[in-house]
Ligand binder design. Structure first.
Ligand SMILES: Cc1cc2nc3c(=O)[nH]c(=O)nc-3n(C[C@H](O)[C@H](O)[C@H](O)COP(=O)(O)O)c2cc1C
Length: 412
């Protein structure tokens, strides 16, 4: 069967550029209204996207001085959205570090049946002290421990969903996703993930990532086609290239510098306020990615930019757009479609987790102008072929018990 392009929209805050909430006409508090999600889900379903996706950090971190805070709890929000949609997939993120797999299996399993088999669960290992403190811990689990817990968490979810008396949805059980780019993260992806939310700045890096995760599946009694790779992609769409570039410049201007420094500083483990904005960050202060305690995947991508482009701190925070490392494409509809097509055809991605610059306008522009261009090129579906998320993702329904017999035996 020909490969199919997959597109999710990741809905978070006012958009993925740090100053999105200050964009002309934007409602800074839109992410706290049910209407925003309803609007994006309707639009995404009309555009025949695979899924809406909610990232989530179970804590209020230190960004409140710079922008309106967090979003709704994902599963509550998805339950409501399931009733406001018919075909689109519904993916939520929950932390393996701070949730009980028995409770999550029940909640997500119920949602999957109620929605007719449209649910996916993104298992993450949540870095940082804020979430740890929120759950009464003085320190977070270290990187290795977090991944050991996540593997155990995923196994226990699947055991519950595959239990002989468990009610199954039309897709068998919820689709499992994973987001984390370290060595341990890639291994977990090969072992349990059916879709991976990854971070990659370069085509070669993404190709290597995809090749490794796919090849790694065999070690766990799975097949390379059992997993699809969906890098994050921030889009800044204009009707022309010039208009898109102007939009990017405006977004750069309204980005609170304090926010960008705080966010990047957290990523790099440095207090960036004490550095000169017009000098590069001294390279000797930056450890190798394997030593980072946060997301090593994001850290590796930021370090790659620092090493390749040698930016000043000011240039770096602009380059990242207040994100911690996802790629940003800027252009008219054809240019954005070219980029997506190139990455897809070169085997760097099976699709993308879209992270529009500003909600809802930035996503509306993508749905109205980029999706039709992808459809014209025969790259993206004009209608849903199935009713479940697993069908949208081109994944087979796993027979009950298939995971335990192959995966666990292989992993020892
Ligand atoms: C692309 C991507 C998306 C992520 N999204 C989330 C998220 O929504 N919530 C969360 O708690 N952690 C998220 N994480 C963080 C990782 O799960 C976490 O930092 C982990 O401990 C280590 O990631 P690593 O494998 O890249 O080192 C994400 C990581 C990546 C690479």
């Amino acid at each position: 069967m020909a490969r199919e392009l997959h597109l999710n929209v990741n809905i978070l805050n006012a958009g993925f550029i740090g100053g999105a909430w200050r964009f002309p006409g934007a409602d800074p508090y839109a992410a706290y209204t049910a209407e925003l999600y309803e609007h994006v889900v309707r639009k995404a379903e009309e555009a025949r996207l695979d899924a809406v996706f909610f990232a989530d950090t179970p804590a209020l971190a230190g960004d409140l001085p710079f922008r309106p805070g967090n979003n709704f709890e994902p599963t509550v929000n998805l339950a409501r959205l399931a009733a406001h949609s018919e075909r689109i997939g519904l993916v939520g993120t929950l932390s393996a570090s701070y949730n009980d797999p028995v409770e999550v299996a029940r909640r997500i399993g119920s949602l999957d049946v109620i929605s007719g088999g449209r649910v996916g669960l993104n298992v993450v290992t949540t870095a940082g002290p804020f979430a740890a403190r929120n759950f009464g811990r003085t320190e977070e689990f270290d990187h290795t421990q977090r991944y050991e817990r996540a593997a155990d968490f995923a196994r226990r979810l699947i055991d519950r969903w595959d239990a002989p008396d468990a009610v199954r949805s039309p897709q068998g059980r919820p689709v499992l996703l994973q987001a984390g780019g370290s060595r341990d993260g890639r291994r977990l992806a090969s072992r349990i993930a059916e879709a991976v939310f990854s971070v990659d700045q370069t085509l070669a890096g993404a190709q290597a990532f995809r090749t490794e995760v796919r090849a790694g599946t065999r070690q766990f009694g799975r097949q390379p086609d059992d997993v699809i790779l969906l890098p994050g992609l921030t889009t800044i769409v204009g009707s022309t290239e010039a208009e898109a570039k102007q939009r990017r410049e405006l977004l750069d201007e309204i980005q609170p510098t304090g926010y960008a420094l705080w966010r990047l500083g957290g990523q790099l483990g440095l207090d960036l306020e004490r550095f000169e904005l017009d000098e590069p960050i001294p390279r000797e202060l930056l450890p190798e990615p394997e030593q980072a305690s946060g997301s090593q995947g994001f850290y590796r991508e930021v370090l790659g930019i620092i090493d390749r482009e040698k930016p000043t701190l000011r240039e770096l925070v602009r380059r990242l757009g207040g994100s911690t490392g996802h790629r940003i494409v800027v252009g008219g509809p054809e240019q954005i479609a070219d980029d997506i097509q190139h990455w897809f055809e070169q085997g760097a991605a099976d699709g993308f987790n879209l992270m529009p610059d500003v909600f809802p306008g930035g996503f509306d522009d993508f749905a109205d102008h980029v999706v039709p261009e992808l459809q014209r090129r025969g790259l993206f579906r004009r209608d849903y072929q199935g009713t479940t998320l697993r069908e949208h993702f081109g994944l087979a329904v796993p027979p009950r018990g298939s995971f335990s017999t192959t995966n666990l035996k292989a992993a020892g």
